[in-house]
Design a protein around this ligand. Structure first.
Ligand code: SAM
Length: 259
């Protein structure tokens, strides 16, 4: 895709989906767009945008494809074990009262449900809040509907967790008791203002397609949104180089503490 076509496609995507591709890595995005157009079997982007103007389902599929909302319960189980064994106990020790948690880029909700399960298992009698946000309305609708989730989505849940926290057969739905613990909200990490005073921010597998400049802005905003001693939990491949720039200190793999 040449520069001129990419520029036109970006404009059309901003208009049709309100997603600004300026913040996403160009070469990867171009490759993804090219292969999407081939799959659509339409010869040009002009025709493709005419189709999504007339077809809301296709528009939703395109949005899902661009924002890639792959996810599962307890994605990277070892990291979540560290949250249970180390991160949460340390946060409780230093927290002012109720623990304030944010799942940023929560996709279809299972990351937030994972947090709710962990909190039920470790802190049922203590006060906490879980905010879960994403820019993708379709994903948020599924999150608020508690599913449906596939067998693959729940593969990391233990037998005991399955019995207690999801319905008994496929397609699976998360328990209502978990949903009551979570506030789902539409929010664009690149545009919308952030709340403050979080003890824990979980933002995993979201920034992979952001440019380096957008990541820098985002990490600074996450740091500002954390209370001192609060923790940012990122995806396995999302290493923050020189975290001190943002007032953060690395510990373990995927964890950063606000200094
Ligand atoms: C691959 S999923 C990650 C889901 C979950 N955090 C996990 O690790 O399993 C990436 C999510 O980031 C969301 N996303 C992408 N850009 C975003 C933005 N600018 N603001 C908020 N969410 C965004 C997508 O809609 C998608 O649901």
């Amino acid at each position: 895709m040449d520069a001129e076509v990419y520029s036109q496609v970006k404009t059309s995507i901003r208009r049709a989906l309100n997603i600004d591709l300026e913040n996403y890595k160009e070469e990867q995005m171009k490759r993804r767009l090219d292969s999407w157009l081939v799959r659509s079997r339409l010869p040009t982007w002009k025709e493709y945008f005419a189709r999504i103007d007339a077809d809301a389902d296709e528009r939703a599929r395109f949005r899902n494809y661009l924002t890639i909302n792959v996810t599962e319960f307890f994605r990277d189980p070892n990291r979540w074990e560290q949250v249970r064994a180390e991160v949460l106990p340390a946060l409780w020790k230093t927290s002012a009262g109720a623990l304030k948690i944010w799942s940023a880029g929560c996709s279809t909700g299972v990351e937030a449900y994972t947090l709710a399960i962990l909190m039920e298992e470790t802190a049922a009698l203590r006060r906490y809040s879980i905010l879960a946000t994403d820019l993708d309305r379709g994903a948020l609708h599924k999150a608020r509907s508690r599913g449906p989730y596939s067998g693959d989505d729940i593969r990391n849940l233990s037998q005991a967790q399955r019995q207690q926290y999801v319905t008994s057969s496929a397609p699976y739905f998360a328990a209502e008791s978990l949903q009551k613990r979570i506030q789902f909200k539409e929010h664009d990490l690149l545009k919308d203002p952030f709340n403050e005073g979080f003890d824990l921010i979980v933002c995993r597998n979201v920034v992979i397609y952001f440019t380096a400049a957008s990541k820098d802005v985002l990490y600074q905003k996450f740091s500002n949104a954390l209370r001192p001693g609060g923790v940012l939990f990122v995806g396995g491949t999302e290493i923050i180089s020189t975290p001190a720039r943002f007032g953060l200190q690395s510990f373990g793999i995927s964890f950063y503490k606000k200094v």
